[in-house]
Write a protein that binds this ligand. Structure first.
Ligand SMILES: Cc1ncc(C[n+]2csc(CCOP(=O)(O)OP(=O)(O)O)c2C)c(N)n1
Length: 387
């Protein structure tokens, strides 16, 4: 069976080293290039990151169970990718705009999106669920790579705005940038390449953040690419960075570095965070059909939560903290469950709202037709009753 790591004949590891700060045993190492970007991260910050990773993990477990009980149409787990998402989120200034894919629940959480709103999508009650402008966090994209050209276009717009509005100097506190998240599978779509060419041509202030979780549903990474994805950036003429995606400090450091560079006006950067999808692709998928137990077991030992816990314990954090974090996560999970079970479907009439910014004759015609159709049922009932 081909695994995520089976090389193509003639494939190359490339030249880029993989950045790691926290090793698999939780020991903090040093990286002279990136250390300065995390020197202000305190133990309290790391404890906060851990508590949030745990909350989202618990949320994920609840969502998986709710789907199994028929309360959600589908669930897309983020289990195993919490360090890549929370580490990067913590290094992206709030003023920067994020385009997610569909597995970025930990990122959404960090951006202040109420994850109960996110559940409305998976219950089939909303195509979005939050106001992107309130969180600088766009709606999820389920069509692979469709968000990448949008992100680059947005970043080009940010750059033009800054150009017109001369008092906002590039690199200043007010300059804004864009970050777009996608997977290893999506990186093979045409949109990804077109977007990178555009971004390079126009020095767009954009970070391409790839979470390489080793599988695109059943297609292993080894089939998708002959070399690490970060290496591709060189072909477009901008910097690519490989980072251990299960190392929250490593991810935070390289993202902070990239954002600073982008804000200085030096064009795009690509980060490849190498992580692993611990669960199924979605609840509609059975990974035992295409991947080995050995591979899964190996990655289970590299769980980003376990790694950060090891580090915190080495730093003297005691049991009481972990007990409290677990209790809070459990409570958070329960609140999500309660909210999902109490959700009411939207009125169908709502489907006609917000199609266009302004009133539209065709939509209004369709709305009127729908009301007439609905009224037909009332009439039929009255006639039944009268008989
Ligand atoms: C344009 C398009 N083609 C195919 C699909 C079906 N599809 C959904 S997810 C997926 C794999 C995506 O893999 P990757 O980009 O690595 O992201 P991951 O789900 O692993 O996070 C595919 C093929 C889709 N949603 N959109």
């Amino acid at each position: 069976m081909e695994t995520a790591e089976t090389p193509h004949p003639g494939a190359t590891e490339g030249r880029l080293n993989r950045v790691t700060i926290l090793d698999e045993n939780g020991h903090r190492g040093s990286d002279p290039d990136f250390d300065p970007y995390i020197e202000n991260v305190t133990l309290e910050d790391l404890k906060g990151s851990y508590a949030n990773m745990l909350k989202v993990r618990r949320f994920d477990d609840e969502a998986t169970s709710l789907q199994r009980q028929g309360k959600l149409a589908l669930w897309v787990p983020s289990k195993g990718q919490e360090a890549a998402q929370i580490g990067s989120a913590r290094a992206i200034p709030e003023r920067d705009y994020i385009f997610p894919s569909y597995r970025e629940h930990a990122l959404a959480f960090e951006r202040g999106v109420d994850l109960k709103d996110l559940m409305r999508i998976f219950r089939g009650y909303s195509p979005g669920g939050w106001n992107p402008k309130e969180h600088n966090f766009n709606l999820y994209s389920f069509v692979l790579a469709s968000q990448i050209p949008h992100a680059v276009g947005y970043a080009m717009g940010q750059k033009l705005d800054q150009h017109v509005n001369k008092e906002v100097a590039q690199g200043s506190e007010e300059s804004s940038a864009t970050v777009v998240y996608f997977g290893d599978g999506s990186s093979t779509e045409g949109e990804a390449h077109e977007s990178m060419v555009f971004a390079a041509s126009y020095d767009a202030p954009v970070l391409f953040f790839i979470q390489n979780n080793k599988w695109a549903i059943s297609v292993p990474f080894s089939t998708q690419s002959r070399l690490p994805l970060a290496e591709r950036a060189a072909g477009y003429g901008f910097e690519g960075i490989r980072v251990d995606g299960n190392d929250i400090l490593g991810v935070q450091a390289v993202t902070a570095y990239a954002m600073e560079k982008i804000h200085r006006g030096e064009g795009p950067v690509l980060i490849e965070a190498e992580t692993y999808r611990l669960g199924a692709h979605t609840t509609a998928d059975d990974p035992t059909k295409y991947r080995t137990r050995d591979e899964e077991d190996e990655w289970t030992t590299k769980d980003p939560l376990v790694r950060l816990e090891k580090h915190l314990r080495l730093e003297g954090v005691d049991d009481a903290f972990f007990e409290e974090a677990n209790a809070e996560a459990k409570e958070y999970g329960a609140s999500i469950r309660e909210a999902v079970l109490a959700m009411e479907p939207p009125e169908f009439d709502h489907a006609f709202e917000n199609v266009y910014a302004e009133e539209n004759a065709l939509v209004e015609q369709e709305r009127a037709w729908f009301h007439e159709y609905e009224a037909g049922f009332d009439e039929a009932e009255t006639q039944e009753g009268g008989r």
